[in-house]
Design a protein around this ligand. Sequence first.
Ligand code: SF4
Ligand code: SF4
Length: 502
Amino acid sequence: MAAENKSSAGWNTRSWLNLRTAIQALAFIGFLALFLNAVPLLMRLDPLAVLANFISGRSLPPFAFIALAMTLLALIFGRAWCGWLCPMGTLLEWISFNKCRTKKITIPDGWRSVKYVILIAIILAAVFSNLTLMIFDPLTIMVRTFATAIWPGLDLAVNAAESLLNNVPVFQAPLARFDNALRPLLLPTTQLSYPEGWIFAVVLAAIILMNLVAERFWCRCLCPLGAFYGLAGKISLIRRRVNESCIKCKLCEDTCPTGTIRRDKDCSSDPGECIVCLKCMDSCPCSTSDFGPMFSPAKFNSYDPVRRQLFLGLGAGAVLALLFRLGLPSKQRNPYAIRPPGAGEQDMTAKCIRCGECIKACPTGAIQPSQMDSGPEQLWTPVIVPRIGFCQYSCNACGSTCPVSAIPALSLAEKKSTIIGRAFIDRDRCLPWAQNTPCIVCEEMCPVPRKAILLHTVRTKREDGGTMLLQLPTVQAGRCIGCGLCEYKCPVEGESAIRVTA
Ligand code: SF4
Ligand code: SF4
């Protein structure tokens, strides 16, 4: 049975464990609330995102002091973020597969160094003004996946369930109440579609399934944010301590979710790996371990970033970053990759942390994560795909949500006159131009006050030999802001007859 390890405040270990469980749950609810309301605080809490953005963009992102405060807290409490607050860590703890692992697999210590290699590669690439590797940050993974897969997927599932249940009279009134009261708070207001969302779902599923190998495999071996906090943990003030009365019973070693306690090392642990979950204190039958102030830096281990193999990783990161910087792996830029209002190409590469906050914020689902078509250095940066969604004329949500100003925060007036792209008409596909068929959808839809689509009336031949008046649309380039509403609404099947280019 666990000992009643009393603290000076009269709390026992179990109370602290309960507090941690409650804080984890509250933090996860907080993550969901921030996500649903498109408040980018989560990314501002991420010191790795802020540091990488600062190095890469050569300027401090807004509210950088929040990340600085998190770093200072890490210098006091080590990797407590991972054990108490991180939404990815909490998810991995909730879906730990602890009962499915029948035998203990020992992870080679060297694997822990991978997270430091990723961390160093992120920082090095940032030095070369590239943030592509931020795709490995756990908070960007969470927001991206929720925005493009989980949230729209939940919407689809609820819609399917509703259409089934609506056939049963007794459910109709509660469903109507749900639609009026809860749906606007919890689900998208329009049906959103992210064709690549499955990729992010697979990545998150793979991270969770790694728990089958070892508890918190991701946190032990791969997470670059965990590595950042781990380095702070090495010199943090509050650390786990073990006194001489330890009987080496191995109970704490078996309980530790990051496998950092080693009986062959006097049951000590590495503060760079310890996530301050307190489970070891709870499992200890003789109260020999506790957390308290320690002043000398922790010993470095073979997997810490001081060894040869990590310098090799550093070299690999530098080569990768240089390749990105020189654009060697890039293909030619996709002319249809139009950016959210006011965002420049350079800002996308150098400032965008690939968090997906703008994707979540965009009410029409216009913003999609870009694929490899403009080269790997642009991977998962936001692009507007008008055939999927258009940029709403009276909306500036993406700029006001972007946590690092990669998309500038424009006032509505500024946004309305910001040129995102230019539309052009493909006369081989346009119904009036190509088939003598009347259609003025693009002109009707164009939201700019002085329409950017003009209609020229011509007399033309009908199929029966008679004549008719036909209106031919043309784009007034000087007025078009490239919002994509015309492309979105164009009734031509497949590729639109009017398209927006950068
Ligand atoms: S290691 Fe990474 S994912 Fe795990 S808890 Fe820490 S920051 Fe979160
Ligand atoms: S400004 Fe346009 S692209 Fe940005 S969120 Fe609004 S509708 Fe979407």
